[in-house]
Ligand binder design. Structure first.
Ligand code: ZN
Length: 168
């Protein structure tokens, strides 16, 4: 039986024939890092006019600057030449439609031991604009980052493909 992984490997063999990344620097050419959601409808490279080698792109559920995103951004900025960070949320985000309680209930319904979900925090996003403002404030005040970083927040509209700035 062919699995999705077999498909990926086969497709990669075709794609590798036209691979153009050899010789690129590990330093992002646009000195840019993007934190965004894992949502399948967001394609930062395709929708922002970027290309391979231009930017670090960090993705997680909700596009939040959590501890691990901050860890990566510290390396981006302090070791790899990044001077600008964009935090990009999007419309119709799943993390804006859940609560910790609803996710815990779903996991228990699926047979997960209730004892292990008691403290589960999936970081639901109540007010998306405010969440982005909070994450930008976190970056601006981090003692691990320089204070002259360029920071901006945006919401990507999954219906129109347009990016709207988040007001400060
Ligand atoms: Zn999302």
């Amino acid at each position: 039986m062919t699995t999705i992984f077999d498909d990926l490997l086969a497709t990669n063999k075709v794609c590798a024939a036209s691979y153009d990344g050899a010789g690129l620097s590990r330093t992002p050419a646009r000195h840019l890092a993007i934190v965004t959601c894992m949502d399948t409808r967001i394609d930062p490279i395709g929708q922002l006019g970027l290309k391979r080698g231009d930017a670090h792109i960090l993705r997680n559920a909700g596009g939040r600057v959590n501890d691990d995103a901050l860890r990566s951004l510290v390396l981006s900025v302090q070791l790899l030449g990044v001077t600008a960070i964009a935090v990009i949320g999007h419309t119709d985000c799943a993390t804006a439609k859940i609560t910790n309680e609803s996710v815990r209930a779903t996991l228990i319904e699926k047979g997960v031991d209730p004892g292990v979900v008691t403290d589960l925090d999936v970081h639901p996003v109540g007010d998306q604009q405010q969440a982005i403002r909070d994450d930008l404030a976190l970056l601006a005040s981090s003692p691990l980052l320089p204070h002259d970083l360029a920071l901006a927040g945006f919401i990507f509209d999954v219906e129109t493909g347009e990016l709207e700035p988040v007001s400060s």
